[in-house]
Design a binder for this molecule. Sequence first.
Ligand code: SAM
Length: 373
Amino acid sequence: MKKNALLATTLSGLEEVLEAELKALGAAQTEIHTRAVSFEGDTSLLYRANLQLRTALRILIPVARFEAEDEKALYEGVRSIDWEQHMRVSDTFAVYATVNSDQFTHSRYVALRSKDAIADFFRDKRGRRPNVDTRAPRLTVRIHIYKKECTVLLDSSGDSLHMRGYRTEKGVAPLNEVLAAGMVRLSGWQPGQPFVDPMCGSGTIAIEAAMMAMNKAPGLLREHFAFQGWKDFDRRLWDELREEAASAVRAIDFEMLAADKEPRATSITRQNMERAGVQGVTVIRKLFRHLEPPQGNGTLVMNPPYGERMKEKEITDFYKMTGDCLKQEWKGYTAWILSSNKDALKRVGLRTSRKLTLFNGPLECKFHCYELY
Ligand SMILES: C[S@@+](CC[C@H](N)C(=O)[O-])C[C@H]1O[C@@H](n2cnc3c(N)ncnc32)[C@H](O)[C@@H]1O
């Protein structure tokens, strides 16, 4: 099978875990970029990357890279690509752009000019233009501009890969699934050791960890990936890869625990787990300070409230209580806390063994590790 240059995009701070995931899938020539990892792979790896990667948002195929001084050069550059290799004139398409440039400041205009260039390519060659469809296009084209460098990419994923298909019910402030999976990977937790999310909300962290333990591909639940609509879609290969992934799923045979003080949260978590096909995680309604640690040297990953809806004293006391409780009750565990509230985090009062920066949507967060002896 022919190899292509490919690009997996991710969230800030997850580039290294994504690269490790790609290497585990057999990707060659991996290289880390800002919020992305480039790699080389054939069609099988393109499909497997969409199906298996837990920390990727999209898998893109760069089809052209050129320098453009202005919109005219951009238009010419996009129009000179042989679009017939990628779509039929009867296929619908959509174009999106992201710009970080002095020359190009309006991403929508860049997208519009690029769309015209693709349409004009077909009009010149076939006498008619393909239709644009932003809802369910056959081909989604992404234009990335950095300074004068334009990269034209085909989006093989369609909807972002964080949309796994299990979380139709959301609690308060749910985490992006890709962020949750990245946090679990960064925590260094190995399936087989106990895993606890004591403030689980809608269950995202526990579900992502459970799917890792079950060796369940995150894409198995999704109904559609963009490459399934492409003119070169290899249905036989895709069915084979999906069957292989489905038969690799195994049961959880160690303790995993998701807890929350709110009955609504535990109920949503149970429903999301059912939809995700996750079994073997205990879900209980309990205050953190009443929770009993499963035996063994486990890992605790939590995303407590950041305090937007609480008084300052209340939130700092809450973080202090969390720290005290970790120190007294969770000896032998490694605890990780994600929070955007840096002042409150200081009140945890334990020595941090690692400090990472992640983004929960637009919120810059610290992801702190505490070894509890
Ligand atoms: C930011 S939300 C967690 C969101 C979750 N990570 C998700 O993806 O849906 C914080 C959760 O902590 C829970 N919580 C707050 N204080 C708690 C306590 N003392 N014990 C247990 N859970 C608590 C809240 O009910 C809320 O569901």
